[in-house]
Design a protein around this ligand. Structure first.
Ligand code: GLN
Length: 244
């Protein structure tokens, strides 16, 4: 199937609250990389009070504990819809605070536990130390294998059951600074601590997610054409292995 004039629908969840360190750049990258190929994007912003409808790809950014509190109950109220979307092959990308809410719960410092939507079998507890700095992740499913970004979190995330990491944090702390893992992946749900924003300097991951979203929409694998990613890949390569 030719990519021209295909369509995918993308929802940006709670951008007015969870959009730390330019996480909006992930939405810009996804939509631009579709439009440059002639793929139509049906885009919807979901804010507090909005019902979450069917989409091929859902994105949620990071935020301070306070903003997470404002979003958690709202997200949880639509948990069954989102779990059904996951089981139907929808793609999810959550960054940091959004990633933490993809698990069963996030326990902040001396506050009530925030319920997650259990899109992946994981949980997060606030740690004593804030992890701040560049991160390089080595994956086993991307080409190139690396992901680069920036972390700033006190939450420590632990993966369980069938949930796999995005990869090993070869620079930086990743999920919890102990098990050497970064991010989480279950079915087409992806979470990571990498801000930056992530996708502009990891175009291969952006295209990987777009191809999954196209497969969700059309029920068959569709290989995207290549774009001239020299600037993006040079930027990516310049950050590999750099702690600051
Ligand atoms: N508030 C969460 C933490 O500190 C998430 C922070 C973020 O999204 N950068 O771990």
């Amino acid at each position: 199937m030719d990519e021209k004039n295909l369509t995918i629908s993308i929802a940006h969840l709670y951008p007015k609250l969870l959009n730390l360190y330019g996480d909006l750049g992930n939405i810009i990258t996804l939509t631009k990389r579709c439009k440059w190929r002639g793929i139509n994007v049906e885009f919807e912003q979901i804010n507090i009070g909005d019902a979450i409808k069917n989409h091929d790809l859902y994105f949620i950014g990071g935020g301070q504990d306070k903003q997470q509190e404002e979003v958690a109950d709202e997200l949880y109220s639509q948990k069954s819809e989102l779990l059904a979307q996951r089981d139907d092959g929808a793609v999810f990308l959550g960054i940091c605070g959004g990633y933490q809410l993809f698990g069963h719960y996030y326990q902040p410092h001396d506050k009530d536990k925030l319920k997650g939507i259990s899109l992946m079998d994981a949980y997060t507890v606030a740690g004593k130390k804030r992890f701040i700095g560049n991160v390089t992740v080595k994956t086993d499913f991307l080409n190139p294998q690396t992901l680069v970004g920036f972390e700033n979190h006190s939450g420590l995330t632990y993966l369980q059951g069938e949930t796999k990491p995005l990869g090993k944090s070869i620079v930086g702390n990743g999920n919890n600074g102990v098990d050497g893992l970064e991010g989480g992946r279950f079915m087409n749900v992806f979470g990571t601590y990498l801000h930056g924003s992530l996708l502009p300097k990891n175009p291969h991951f952006a295209d990987f997610l777009i191809e999954l979203a196209l497969e969700k929409h059309y029920g068959e694998k569709i290989k995207l054409s290549s774009l001239d990613d020299k600037i993006e890949i040079d930027t990516h390569n310049s950050l590999i292995g750099k702690p600051y």
